[in-house]
Design a protein around this ligand. Sequence first.
Ligand code: PMV
Length: 330
Amino acid sequence: MTEGEWFTASAPGKFVILGEHAVVYGKPAVVLAVDRRISCSIRRSYRNSLNGEHIDFNRQPHFRYLTRDTHYAMDYVTNSEIPPGSGLGSSAALSAALAMAIRAERDEPSDEMTLVDEAYGAELFAQGNGSPMDASACVHGGGIAVNVPGTDDRHLWTVSRGNRTWDVSDVNVPDMTFVIGNTGVRAPTGPQVEKVRRFVGRNHFAADVVDEIEAVTLEGHASLERDDTVALGEMMTLDHKLLSILGVSCRELNKLVNASLPYSYGAKLTGSGGGGCMVALTDRPEKVCEAISARGGTPYIVQTGADGVRMEPGPSGDPLMEVPLDYPRV
Ligand code: PMV
């Protein structure tokens, strides 16, 4: 057979300003999309390949889930600016982009809710637990709030699993500068979520900390809405302390947070923790970058307000000829 036409979609990474872990229990969270993207090109083919090599679907659970109704072989090519396993949403972004490309290839319409359902389904299939917040942020772009009361006028969608429900709404993101610091320590999300689940399940004190994260997140969301950088920064630093009590920080994250604080309004780990990234809210991004580098981290200045998942113009050449040497793992 001859290969089909290429279809390419891309989606942004994200970081959690406030509320990670607590959101798994239906508490509020606020997440912003960032200007680092992952793209996924696909075409019908005579074999299944990922970035030019045989794809083992057992080792690529996101692909396995999202192609469950695809009954023909495909070439898949991915390209990522998002460091994997670092809390920046690389797997949700890949899932959103792949879901959109697959639907385009089948000539099926893609509304945001359907893509969230697909991307969240892939995340659950791959890691077994978690909330739809990453998928929602990577699909919608900009900023999203989850389970924040009083946001009905900006409601986007509601996702339910078992007895938990997440109401997702749009957030107006003011112009703010954030620096992400990557510890370089890879820490998959699933085990961190599980660790917190065990702690919360057997300890009232941990459940109280989750309630405090809720209060801090609501206060921080209100600060974001009124563009109050100082108050938002304070809530971020407080959230980091609460997450540390839950046991999801680590020495490397604490080092980068402490190094950033003298030049920041606030700083905290972002995502599931145990490694991965921290984020600082600052108007002195160069100083924060220096401080992070001096402690062995990798800094990125990120712009917020990124577009959500979108189709990209077809590749000009053959993406298989341009497979990056160090292609992303999710
Ligand atoms: O580390 P990430 O980017 O996968 O973020 C996980 C956020 C958690 O709240 C810890 C889990 C979740 O799915 O909400």
